[in-house]
Structures are given as structure tokens and as C-alpha cells.
Ligand binder design. Structure first.
Ligand SMILES: [Zn+2]
Length: 346
């Protein structure tokens, strides 16, 4: 926004944010919106869990097992909390023991927080923030708020982002699917010439989003027809209808999809084909959320790690109709069973 002083830039960003936020919730019914804003017992309980380790442990145990704690090794429900021999209070390491397989374990076993000694109250805080901040939360902020080392905070956030990663067997997108690319970070190729979009050295990200539905973002090496069309084939089901802008790389994809392929011509200032629902507004407004987060919260992210941040933004988008409490529970549940896989995608 050249010409506008620094003073106004904050205001402009604020207005952009609120309009994007409106877009973000436009596809929701009133009922869904009320639900999204509803109070939640999880949110009520979480500040206490962030303040005290025993409360945090019990919070995570409750999220994981509800009223029926079970053995993480054999699945038996014949388990008990171990007590300290002298004081009779709960064991300092919060151990459980199984009467069937005689094993000892804690709530951490088999989750993304297993290998860390970072207290669970900090995990609770990080989950809370990561699952409820639309633009994301930085490790630096977690470091300051929890008073832990930056290294620990980074560890927390990386594991939480990994917990938010999509499952391998997530279904493909269906219905009307808008596809587009966005460009993150990097410097423009020439100084003074357009800093935006195609033709710069920024990292391209392919984005596909169902109308009213789920989103998939992935880092791609380039924006050639081969790359983008392969991405569409892998992420979108054959029964769908594809909508893109007039970028040449999308040309010809329509014959492979039952619903065909429609384009809007941004070059001629066409944003919605008159009298139709042919537009790419959903996917384009989704870019703004990511860009504001990456630029504003993370101050840019290298190509190497960008995919992890996209997992988080996809998770937030795909759970946007849940209320904050439900989203926190979902994030914590997703942390279960992901520990072993962490080695590969890192
Ligand atoms: Zn057991």
C-alpha cells in the first residue's frame, strides 16, 4: 500500500483481517456460528491445567481416557494410580500400573509428548494457544509465556503442528473444489517490480478447498501444469467440479473430472461469473489467513519447514465450525498415536 504512512497500515491490516474473518465464517449457518462461539467446559478448565502440573496431568488423562483409564500397553482397564510409599499421595512421576501386564506407564506414553521432560502444564498451554489462535502462535511467545527455553518451546510447537498433520487416509476433496496457488516468503526477483505471485522466487503452495468444506495446502516445487495437475488428481476426487483462475497450468484438467473445469478470468477483472457461483473467492480468502500468520506471527518461514505450518492452518480451517474447546480436544487426541511416525516427516 504505497502512499499510506505507517500509521495507517495497522488500520488497513485490521480492516483486511476483519473482512477476511467475515469471509471465513460466511459459509456457516447461524446455528453453527452460535455453536462456534459457545462456552466450553474444556476452555473453562484449561487455565487451571496450565498453572499446576497435577491438574495438567489429570486434564490430559481425562482427555485421553475419560472415565475409563486403561493400560497403554495391553488395553486392560484393571489399572490404578501409583501412590508414593511415604506420603501416600499420588506418585511424583504420575505413574499408573496395570494389574494384568504389571507394566507402569504415564499418560504421555504413545503421544507426541512422550519423549520430552517439558511439564504437561506447558503442553496444555501450547495446545490451548495453537488450537485457538487463528493466525497461529510462535515458539517465541510460548517461550515467554511459559518461561521455558526457546528450544523447548520450539519442540512443543513442532510436535503440536505434527499432531495437526492430516491422516494418511483422509478422503479426497469433493463437490465444487476451488484450486489456486499462493506464494510465501522469499524476495522478489527484481527490485521495484511486482513483489507478488507468479514469477518471483517465493515458495509456491498449491491450495484446494471444498466450498463449505475442507482445505488442503501443500508446498510444490513449481507451478508447471504437470505439478499442479498431479496435485489436483491426488487431492480431489474424480466426481468433483474444479474451479480455477485462467492460469495456463490448469488448462485441460476438466476432462478428467465429472463436474468439469470452470475458470474465472482475473485478467479481465472477472471475479464472479455473473449469475453463477463460479468464483475462487473461498480459496483466495484462505490465502490471506495464512499470509497474515506467516508474515505477522512467524516473520516468514523457510521453504524447508513451511509444510509444518500449513498443517496447522489446514487443521484450523478444517475445524472452524467447532468451538474452541472441541478443537483443543481434537488437537490433543490427534497427538495420540503419532509419536512413532514423527521420525519420517520431521
Ligand atoms: Zn497392561
Amino acid at each position: 500500500m504505497p502512499g499510506l504512512g505507517k500509521k495507517f497500515r495497522g488500520l488497513v491490516n485490521f480492516l483486511l483481517d476483519t473482512t477476511c474473518a467475515k469471509y471465513y465464517v460466511r459459509d456457516m449457518t447461524n446455528r453453527e456460528r452460535n455453536h462456534q462461539l459457545a462456552n466450553s467446559p474444556t476452555v473453562e478448565n484449561i487455565p487451571a491445567a496450565c498453572a499446576d502440573e497435577l491438574t495438567a496431568v489429570e486434564f490430559f488423562e481425562n482427555q485421553r481416557w475419560g472415565n475409563t483409564p486403561c493400560c497403554v500397553k495391553c488395553g486392560s482397564v484393571d489399572v490404578y494410580k501409583m501412590a508414593d510409599a511415604k506420603a501416600g499421595e499420588r506418585n511424583r512421576r504420575f505413574l499408573w500400573r496395570c494389574r494384568d501386564c504389571k507394566e507402569q506407564y504415564t499418560v504421555r506414553i504413545g503421544t507426541v509428548y512422550e519423549e520430552s521432560r517439558i511439564e504437561l502444564r506447558h503442553w496444555a498451554y501450547a495446545f490451548w494457544r495453537a488450537c485457538t489462535s487463528k493466525k497461529g502462535v510462535s515458539a517465541l511467545e510460548i517461550k515467554r509465556h511459559c518461561q521455558i527455553s526457546y528450544k523447548s518451546a520450539l519442540f512443543l510447537m513442532n510436535r503440536i503442528r505434527f499432531a495437526m498433520a492430516p491422516d494418511q487416509d483422509s478422503p479426497k476433496l469433493t463437490g465444487t473444489v476451488e484450486c489456486d496457488e499462493m506464494y510465501i516468503g522469499g524476495k522478489p526477483r527484481y527490485r521495484g517490480i511486482s513483489k507478488r505471485g507468479r514469477g518471483t522466487s517465493k515458495t509456491p503452495v498449491f491450495v484446494a478447498v471444498e466450498r463449505q468444506g475442507a482445505i488442503v495446502r501443500r508446498v510444490v516445487p513449481d507451478v508447471t501444469a504437470e505439478t499442479l495437475q498431479t496435485a489436483i488428481r491426488e487431492e480431489v476426487s474424480r466426481q468433483s467440479r474444479i474451479i480455477t483462475d485462467e492460469h495456463l497450468s490448469y488448462r485441460g484438467i476438466g476432462s478428467e473430472f465429472d463436474g468439469g473445469h470452470e475458470t474465472v478470468c482475473h485478467g479481465t477483472k472477472e471475479y464472479v461469473r455473473p449469475g453463477t457461483h463460479i468464483h475462487t473467492n473461498t480459496v483466495e480468502s484462505s490465502h490471506a489467513l495464512v499470509k497474515r500468520g506467516i508474515v505477522g506471527i512467524y516473520h516468514n518461514v523457510s521453504r524447508e519447514y513451511l509444510h509444518r505450518y500449513l498443517w496447522q492452518y489446514d487443521f484450523l480451517w478444517n475445524t472452524r465450525k467447532l468451538n474452541d474447546g472441541e478443537r483443543i480436544v481434537l488437537g490433543i487426541r490427534a497427538a495420540e498415536g503419532k509419536r512413532l511416525m514423527y521420525q519420517q516427516p520431521a
